[in-house]
Design a protein around this ligand. Structure first.
Ligand SMILES: [Zn+2]
Length: 317
């Protein structure tokens, strides 16, 4: 992008010790064993080619490095533009194109290596991040907040899955029917995520940024536009400016429309950098601010009330 605003650090593969905070040794070994092999099928959706293991280590490593730099004060925020994605990967198995859980590996690194006490993970991918949820289900140090289509792959992500033990109340799912537009997402972020985040007081916010909620995505039926992606990014950026000294790390999850992926990522990068990268976008973002005042797009007020009711016992929302 030839801009002084962006810089591109060299990717660094994740250390085995970093992967082992989230994954079993058997799982890491199983992925490592695919290196150099022409083809392996690890589950019905997930197969590998000779360099998949290398790519997966670089993907997890990039999110770790982004987190290290953002928390070290070297950079205000970062976007790890990686594949394969990560949020479906479980401790002991792959799922849904995901080999290692990049965002979970980096959040665990932030807690154990950087000394952070609380990390908020926001997951706006079309699909529920089962692997991320399960990685921190019993922890009160990582709050997982996911909006996703439901019922849909991978099948988890109900309002009732709220965490266990010390983690009870620190897992917030917002299951949605298809068709949700920019204003619906804006309302959920403004009316549920923002107040919960202010009470949780994270020191770092990470985003599993999936662009498969784009209106033209072939895997989904959500109706989010470039303006919506910019606005959701703006909401989390405002939160980190308010509470986390600007520490924000986005990592790429899904997104299967090339146009949606390109323009959605540019919309987010525009917000992260403060540079207008998509002409005319600002005028399309402004109406979304109305969601702060009660508008909820095509999400019914009954649905919004049900989400609020599910979490109101623990959080003031
Ligand atoms: Zn997805």
């Amino acid at each position: 992008m030839g801009s002084k605003t962006f810089f591109f650090p060299a990717p660094v593969p994740a250390e085995r010790a970093d992967l082992l905070r989230i994954h079993s040794a058997e799982h890491v070994d199983r992925i490592a064993a695919t290196a150099g092999r022409p083809f392996d099928s690890l589950d019905p959706d997930t197969s590998t080619s000779p360099r998949s293991y290398e790519a997966a280590c670089l993907a997890a490593g990039a999110v770790v490095e982004a987190t290290r730099q953002v928390c070290g004060g070297g950079s205000g925020n970062a976007f790890a533009l990686v594949r394969p994605p990560g949020h479906h990967a479980e401790r002991g198995w792959t799922k849904g194109f995901c080999l290692f859980n990049n965002v979970a590996v980096a959040a665990a690194y932030a807690l154990e290596e950087l000394g952070l006490q609380r990390v908020l993970i926001v997951d706006w991918d079309l699909h529920h991040g089962n692997g991320t949820q399960n990685s921190f289900y019993q922890s009160d140090r990582v709050l997982y907040f996911s909006t996703h289509m439901f019922p849909y792959f991978p099948g988890s992500g109900t309002l009732a899955e709220q965490g266990a033990g010390r983690g009870e109340g620190y897992n917030l799912n917002v299951p949605l029917s298809g068709g949700m537009n920019d204003a619906a997402y804006a309302a959920i972020f403004n009316q549920i995520l923002v107040p919960v985040a202010r009470q949780f007081e994270p020191e770092l916010i990470m985003v599993s940024a999936g662009y498969d909620i784009y209106h033209g995505d072939p895997l989904g039926t959500m109706a989010v536009t470039e303006a919506g992606f910019a606005y959701l990014t703006r909401v989390v950026k405002d939160l980190v400016n308010e509470m986390c000294d600007g520490r924000l790390v986005l990592t790429l999850e899904g997104g299967y429309s090339f146009q949606g992926l390109r323009d959605g990522v540019l919309a987010s990068l525009g917000e992260l950098s403060g540079e207008a990268l998509l002409p005319g976008l600002e005028s399309r973002i402004s109406p979304l601010v109305e969601a702060r005042f009660g508008a909820s797009g095509n999400l019914s007020s009954d649905s919004l009330a049900a989400i609020r009711r599910a979490y109101a016992p623990r959080w003031h929302i």
